[in-house]
Design a protein around this ligand. Structure first.
Ligand code: UTP
Length: 294
């Protein structure tokens, strides 16, 4: 069955980005001049997703507005003959069909996914977390969709290799190796110590899930942090049907924390031909002024 819909949960409080997130949605904070959420939605759209379901909370209206038309701005740009900007703004406003569901209480990622049940209906779907930007010619979520579609709608969890010493920062998958990129999962462990980690394959927020996961999410108890965890539902799913982990290709940035955000900003600037040269000059000047030699 074709995967047409993607859930993008954005109801979290973004505490690692305070004080900015006191007043603005974390997802609107830009990498240079493009909001983080733009990259996530673009990845889904480039993968062929037709409908984005945002699970939102109070104060997140700017994310919905960003993907809507802004006629006043369009008229202004037209009047001032700023046609390049006009095209850009129009394109964003008609990028994809967006639906929003409110998560009234932030009870965890599992609960956020469950909130979108009625909009998804009885079909497999994608989940993309906004904290992780993955750059690749073939979108990471598309790679997972292809694996799922080839395996009759099976659940596929996107994974990436991490240094063994860092397994305690991630959800880590376990299972039986099928080929160099695929694992038949027996379960997941949250943040295991390096010596206890079953693999070094971490889950950075890309999932293809079957609709059956909703009934599982309804029955699981609260887990880590007293929240309903998607990880717990995936563990139950592994007991009931085939779940695969797939090592996708792409460069991933953890933009949910300040360091990862800075790393992404520098990298995106270096890869942008319009910014790169001047940015390099600025970097050199700043290093010099701060007495730093590399
Ligand atoms: P995080 O645990 O990273 O939380 O959630 P956060 O609020 O985004 O950021 P910090 O940790 O406080 O800085 C992972 C993803 O799940 C969503 C978040 O919006 C984020 O995309 N989420 C989390 C929800 O939508 N609802 C929840 O109840 C919890």
């Amino acid at each position: 069955m074709k995967i047409r819909k993607a859930i993008v949960p954005i109801a979290g409080k973004g505490t690692r980005f305070l004080p900015a997130t006191k007043e603005i949605a974390k997802e609107i904070i830009p990498i240079i001049n493009v909001p983080m959420i733009h990259y996530i939605v673009e990845e889904a759209v480039n993968a062929g997703i037709e409908q984005i379901v945002f699970v939102t909370a109070a104060g997140k209206f700017s994310v919905e507005d960003y993907f809507d038309r802004n006629l006043e701005l369009e008229h202004f740009l037209e009047r001032n003959k700023k046609f390049k900007e006009l095209e850009l703004v129009k394109r964003i406003g008609s990028m994809v069909e967006v639906t929003s569901i409110r998560q009234k209480e932030q009870l965890g990622l599992g609960h956020a996914v469950l909130c979108a049940k009625d909009v998804i209906g009885d079909e497999p779907f994608a989940v993309l977390l906004g904290d992780d930007i993955v750059r690749n010619r073939i979108p990471a979520i598309k790679q997972l969709m292809e694996v799922s579609e080839a395996r009759t709608g099976a659940a596929v969890i996107g994974v990436m290799e991490v240094p063994k010493s860092e397994t305690d920062k991630y959800g880590i998958v376990k299972g039986e190796i099928i080929d160099e990129k695929t694992l038949r999962m027996t379960g997941m462990v949250e943040k295991p110590k390096p010596e206890d980690a079953p693999t070094n394959l971490a889950t950075p927020g890309r999932y293809i899930l079957p609709p059956e996961v909703f009934s599982v999410l309804k029955t699981i108890p609260r887990g880590a942090g007293n929240e309903y965890q998607l990880t717990d539902a995936i563990n139950v799913l592994c007991q009931r049907r085939e779940v695969f982990a797939y090592r996708f290709e792409g460069e991933r940035f953890d933009t949910g924390n300040v360091h990862g955000y800075l790393e992404a900003t520098v990298d995106f600037a270096l890869k942008d031909p319009e910014i790169r040269d001047r940015f390099l000059t600025t970097l050199r000047e700043r290093l010099l002024k701060n007495g730093i030699s590399l």
